[in-house]
Design a protein around this ligand. Structure first.
Ligand code: ADP
Ligand code: XUL
Length: 558
């Protein structure tokens, strides 16, 4: 029988270049974690003065960016830390990574030469400071491109047409509308750009010392790629910005080799010169790999800076809400996903305002308040939301006479505040009710067979208990809450095996029959909530959707 694992004693390394931090996970050949590191942007790279890893531009509505060079500096720093921890880089046979999706990097003409000849005696950031034509990368939180979204949709024949071509209608954070905005507002910078990378392909480019391709899965988050053909859609490129194809370079499958590790890393950190860099991909797709999501009835909920809900599917259907991406570890299937912008950051804000800045107090409030919150419902947006498309603002309602058995005679009254404990419950219940409602509408597994939770807030048992109650199913977790870097390390090993074999091998062959002995094993975290509660939450959800629709009519943009 063929051996589908890395050689004994070797390692694979996965990064997660996310909104607030850069993380790394090292797996051994048995797929167990041997090292993990993190660099937090706000608290450890103080000189960039980011808040939550980003700059919110007060002068342009919805503009949210991050300094590109900060991500570069973080890479050296995390490698230094891994080195200090005693990691033998020579054992790493493959590296891959996750990038926050949609964010874009603009390489200035001539930068490929700098990238190709990096001096191992100097830091990367000291050499690449002048490599970018746009120094602040637009990221997934940006919502400044509504005009560009509508123009692109119109030019290709409508939102549904764009969704059927690319997997999503136009979204403000998607890279195509972002590129069009750069072209319109900074034409000189656009002209002097020789390559546009995603965060994922950008970080891979640093590691191979030349421009890496964009992988098919993260490429589907751009509104530029024909999702069925997995090629750039010429029609959409034309209506987005001039000479775009040459600036984007090639597309490649996620399991492809991007290149060998650059001499910079061999000399500075003593990587083996044959170490392969496998295509990086988006953080959500790599989480799908790290959570070994391969059953159509499973639902993943990621509670990171953004909250996302995703599952696998065999078909691609056009939709006006949510996204379809090629499955990064299956050559034929797809992943479907919903993304919320107000995830961990609004939970932190409510924790700070109502819960004494402490998760313990926040959790105690959740435990102290009854399920359904006595009919108190809230909508909390500290940043412009994606689902539903509503602007910054808080909206609170009390449902009179709501007992959870009928909506007859139930009327809502808008109020300006709740007591602290009810505010916490209204936020958390509201987030999961919205996920359940939109997941059902989008055709995600309902009820799911099980939920696998991940992301920073999945460390919080009280929050996971609410997930189990609202959805009415068991909630599982893997060993690490950073499934994006775990998935990247797994995909690195997978890409290495595909390269050795000379063709695609199913990723499950790496762990089938021995999953429970690996760090990828999913374990029960919380058992399903009581059955009658699930139907009561169903009614509350119905009411919430009614109110949400009214808010969107009044305040939203579609
Ligand atoms: P990203 O990868 O998108 O940068 P993470 O998945 O690392 O984000 O999650 C970071 C978030 O996790 C923080 O913003 C924090 O609010 C949240 N978090 C961490 N620990 C807890 C906890 N115990 N309870 C709730 N949220 C938590
Ligand atoms: C997904 C999205 C976010 C980022 C966060 O569409 O915008 O989840 O990937 O890193």
């Amino acid at each position: 029988m063929e051996d589908f694992s890395l050689p004994l004693g070797s390692f694979s390394l996965g990064f997660d270049s996310s909104t607030q931090s850069l993380k790394a996970t090292v797996l051994d050949a048995s797929l167990n974690i041997v090292a993990q590191e993190i660099v937090n942007f706000d608290s450890e790279l103080l000189h960039y003065k980011t808040k939550d890893g980003v700059y919110r531009d007060p002068s342009v509505n919805g503009r949210i960016v991050s300094p590109t060079i900060m991500w570069v500096e973080a890479l050296d720093l995390i490698l230094e830390r891994l080195q200090k921890s005693g990691l033998d880089f020579g054992k790493i046979v493959a590296v891959s990574g996750s990038g926050q999706q949609h964010g874009s990097v603009y390489w200035k003409t001539g930068s490929s030469r700098v990238l190709f000849s990096l001096d191992p005696k100097k830091q990367l950031a000291d050499q690449l400071g002048d490599a970018f034509s746009v120094k602040e990368s637009p990221i997934w939180m940006d919502s400044s491109t509504t005009e560009q979204c509508r123009a692109i949709e119109k030019a290709v024949g409508g939102a549904m047409e764009l969704s059927s071509l690319t997997g999503s209608r136009a979204y403000e954070r998607f890279t195509g509308p972002q590129i069009r905005r750069i072209f319109e507002t900074q034409p000189e910078a656009y002209k002097s750009t020789e390559r546009i990378s995603l965060v994922s392909s950008f970080m891979a480019s640093l590691l191979i010392g030349s421009y890496a391709a964009i992988d098919h899965t993260d490429g589907a988050g751009m509104n530029l790629m024909d999702i069925k053909e997995r090629t750039w859609s010429k029609k959409i490129l034309e209506v987005t910005a001039p000479s775009l194809e040459e600036k984007l370079g090639k597309l490649a499958p996620a399991y492809d080799v991007a290149g060998k590790i650059a001499p910079y890393f061999v000399e500075r950190y003593h990587f083996d010169k044959n170490c392969l860099v496998i295509q990086w991909s988006g953080d959500n797709p790599n989480s799908l790999a790290g959570l070994t999501l391969n059953s159509p009835g499973d639902l993943a909920i990621s509670l990171g800076t953004s909250d996302t809900v995703f599952a696998i599917t065999n078909e691609h259907q056009a939709c006006l809400e949510g996204h379809v991406f090629p499955n990064p570890v299956d050559t034929k299937g797809y992943m479907v996903m919903l993304c919320y912008k107000n995830g961990s950051l609004i939970r932190e804000e409510i924790r700070n305002n109502c819960g004494d800045k402490s998760w313990d107090v926040f959790n105690e409030y959740l435990q102290r308040t009854p399920p359904l919150n006595g009919g108190k419902l809230g909508f909390y947006y500290k940043d412009h939301e994606i689902i539903p498309p509503l602007p910054v603002g808080f909206h609170r309602y009390v449902l009179e006479n709501f007992k959870g058995d009928t909506l007859d005679g139930v009327k809502e009254t808008e109020v300006t505040e709740f007591d602290a404990a009810s505010e916490v419950r209204a936020l958390v219940e509201g987030q999961f009710l919205s996920m359940r409602a939109h997941a059902e509408r989008f055709g995600l597994p309902s009820p799911p067979k099980r939920i696998i939770a991940t992301g920073g807030a999945s460390a919080n048992h009280s929050i996971l208990k609410e997930v189990a109650s609202v959805f009415g199913c068991n909630v599982y977790k893997i060993q690490s809450s950073d499934s994006a870097s775990m998935g990247a390390a797994l995909r690195a090993a997978h890409g290495w095996l595909c390269s050795k074999k000379g063709s695609f091998v199913p990723i499950s062959s790496m762990y089938s029959g021995k999953l429970e002995k690996t760090s990828l094993n999913c374990q029960l975290a919380v058992a399903a909530g009581a059955h009658d509660l699930v139907s009561k939450y169903g009614l509350l959800m119905k009411k919430r959707v009614e109110i949400e629709n009214r808010l969107v009519q009044k305040l939203g943009r579609l």
